[in-house]
Write a protein that binds this ligand. Sequence first.
Ligand SMILES: [Zn+2]
Length: 248
Amino acid sequence: MKLVTTDYHIHSTWSDGYSSIESILSYCVRKGLKAVGVTDHYSHNTVKCSQIMEDLTGYFQELEALCEAYRDKIVLKKGIEIDTRACVFDSPRESRVLTSQKFDYYLFEYVTDNFGAGANSLPYKNNRLPLVLLNRIREFKKRLPKDCLVGLAHAYLHILPKEELEEAIKIIVDADLFVELNSTYQNYKMEGFERILEVDEIKLSLGSDAHTLHQIGKLTQPLKYVKDYKAEDRLIFMDGIKELEIEL
Ligand SMILES: [Zn+2]
């Protein structure tokens, strides 16, 4: 079996994952991974969350401390996954909280999932139309430091009508958002998703959406798509990482 050496979508006990960040890192070092990102949920959905909602600073400080403690062994990127169905990330209050720490990257989830569970009960439903949401993310990104990356987690972009997809691609390129190939949702396999792979300017990431240790790094399938499109150099956070796969 092979594992991919990077994985930029992992959950810990700070939200609905089953392992502490430290256990995640020691597991990844043992398996030979080179770089990972922890991306716990920021969400008002209480099933998913979360210690983070009470103590975002504590989450960030733990990431920072472990990043330092493991610096000779593995690269840890500090991430957060914003649930667009269950928070108003760009309200003055939430946006202040979210930008109060210098995360390496932000993932936005359910960007194209307009009418999914929970969405209908929200008062700002029209604000969740995919293109509106993408524009709101573009505006949010302007409040972040230049080197902070912003991406779309497991986005079902292929479900958008053709013209809307092209419009979405324009915003993604213009705002320099990366698009994740997610092995849990398998969005990269969907018919129509290849349009994303065809657009060279769009940066990509690989994420397992792991909630347990054994899911981490199981990304050989999405990596195959990246290789088929010769898009390896479009992957985010690859500085110094030459080896993409390891044989276990
Ligand atoms: Zn996730």
